[in-house]
Design a protein around this ligand. Sequence first.
Ligand SMILES: [Zn+2]
Length: 324
Amino acid sequence: MPLPEELLEQPLRTRFAPTPSGDLHLGGVSVALVSWLFARATGGRFIVRVDDLDAVRAIPGATDRILEDLRWLGLDWDEGPGPVESAELGSPFQSKRSELYARSLDELRRVTRIYPCDCSRAEIARVAAAPHPGEETVYPGTCRRRVEQKDAKRSSSLRIDLSGVAPLEVRDVLRGTSKQDILKQVGDFVLRRADGVYSYQLATAVDDAVMNVDLVVRGDDLLGSTPRQVHLQRLLGLRTPRYLHLPVILGPNNQRLAKRNGDSLTVRYFRGLGAAPREVLTLVAHGLRIVDSPAPVTHEELVQRIRRLRWEPPAKAYTLGPRR
Ligand SMILES: [Zn+2]
């Protein structure tokens, strides 16, 4: 399915939101590049937000290395760490935005039901039906009747009550519409973990809306999260951005590129080989079929390609990288 032409008719605010759990790899570069290209091709703004809520997964120094790799690649940002913290943006670090998430949680308490849950993963897996391959374990609503206690001795995770929520249809600019019954396919999901960390779903739904992001570009491993985020945006009366999910890149062993996976194709790996930024970007752009040939092109040529192209990226996960 080619890109809708009207997509490029207005300046787009796009964002790249890396998690500092390791070095930037080519999967991240493909997302950053496409986001950057849509901002540049439309005269919009490219935002970098650091999704560092989960201190457990964060690796010290990873944020700086990712930002340095983006700068090296020439994917400059208009709002984010360093240059500007616009009024719309606020802090570009999710770890500094907890007040906003707390207010959003309060707002959700007003419009729907939230309840505490102490079930462990093992307990949930025992009660839930076995998930189909590639699907999540569905939370069966075990604790739905519990009520939040103001002076609870221990903290519990907080879940949203989805009872009565109808299947939700979301649109992807490349893939068209898809429907998910969040209640049946995911179950009441977590808004805040027992350790007080706000969930990815809540933080992302709120940030993308309040940062006035027009187009969210991300990997299609997150496609299944979109209905949850849209549901939260609707409950909170926030705007919903448009979404574009890119196929994930597979490494030489046909495994997903994981940040902690030693053989990840990272930007640092290519830098170590003496590659030029445009070589790395073109490698990714070629994999995404933005350019037809792997011969390195300039940033401006890539912008022109996106502007003119009836672009159709690969439909499924694909392999990229040096042949050995
Ligand atoms: Zn529970």
